[in-house]
Each structure stands twice: as C-alpha cells, then as structure tokens.
Ligand binder design. Structure first.
Ligand code: AMP
Length: 138
C-alpha cells in the first residue's frame, strides 16, 4: 500500500488539521488523542512519513521514544495517574486505524477500566485544559 500523505496525522503535521499539541521538537510531535481511552491520552508521532514500525527509520524511532520518555512522567503527574500504558499498533488486524506511525501514552488509574479505542470524541475545552497541565510539567 505505501505511506499515504493524506492521512490525518500527516495533515496535522502540515498544519492542515488542528491538534491539541503538548510537545514538539525537530523530529517529533505530541498531541492529545481526540477520542481518549483515559484522561490525558497522548499520541507521539515522528515527523517523517512512516506508516508503521516496519518502514520507520531507526533514528525516527529513537526520536519518538525519547519524546515518549520525556512525556510519560509529565502525563502521569499532570493527570494524577497510577500508571502509564504504552500502545503501538501495526496493521488493521492489530487495531491500527491511522496509518502514520504513533505511540499511545495512556494514563491508567487503579480499578478504572479503559474507555473504548476510538470511542467517543472528548470535549475540546477539556482537552485544552489537560494539555496545559501536561505542558506545565515539561
Ligand atoms: P490507532 O488505532 O493506533 O491507529 O490510533 C489512532 C488514534 O488516533 C485513535 O486513538 C484515535 O482516537 C486518534 N485520532 C484519530 N483522529 C485524530 C485526530 N484528528 N486528532 C487526534 N487523535 C486522533
């Protein structure tokens, strides 16, 4: 199939679609998931066009993981989470729905089940509030 330049995350990277951003550097962008499975659910993407783990350049993977490690404690503390879960899906059979490589940072709370993947749109004012709390901890 190959990388599709018109996927939604490519559009976010080009500024053609809005996103509630929490962090950006030369190689990566992080923003809140619009259909979060938990409060503070954050996505980290590389700026290079890679569909999944199989075509992701190693350097881009390293840059994504550097950003994940920077953000995870900030997301945890901002949301008061008990734990942080990372998800990364490759291919529809694995649950991938957006075909630009990404890592999910999902806050977890004791005895609180996850909301459904790609379930319900979150209120944008609430997302902005959460992003502000995360940015304040970076
Ligand atoms: P995956 O199933 O791993 O491909 O995850 C894609 C994720 O992107 C899902 O959790 C969606 O809720 C999320 N998502 C889809 N569109 C947007 C968007 N425009 N901004 C932020 N998150 C999005």
């Amino acid at each position: 199939m190959g990388y599709d330049n018109n996927n939604i995350f490519a559009k976010i990277l080009r500024g053609e679609m809005p996103a509630v951003k929490v962090y950006e550097d030369d190689a990566t962008l992080a923003f809140l998931d619009v259909m979060p499975q938990a409060p503070g659910h954050t996505l980290v993407i590389p700026k290079v066009g890679a569909e999944n783990l199989y075509d992701l350049p190693v350097e881009a993977g390293a840059a994504v993981f550097r950003t994940v490690q920077k953000l995870a404690p900030a997301v945890r503390d901002a949301m008061g989470a008990d734990g942080i879960m990372l998800n990364q899906f490759n291919g529809p059979a694995a649950g991938q729905t957006v075909f630009h490589f990404h890592v999910h940072i999902v806050p977890r709370f004791d005895d609180v089940p996850l909301r459904r993947h790609s379930g319900q749109m979150e209120d944008s004012a609430l997302l902005e509030e959460q992003a502000e709390k995360i940015r304040a901890r970076l």
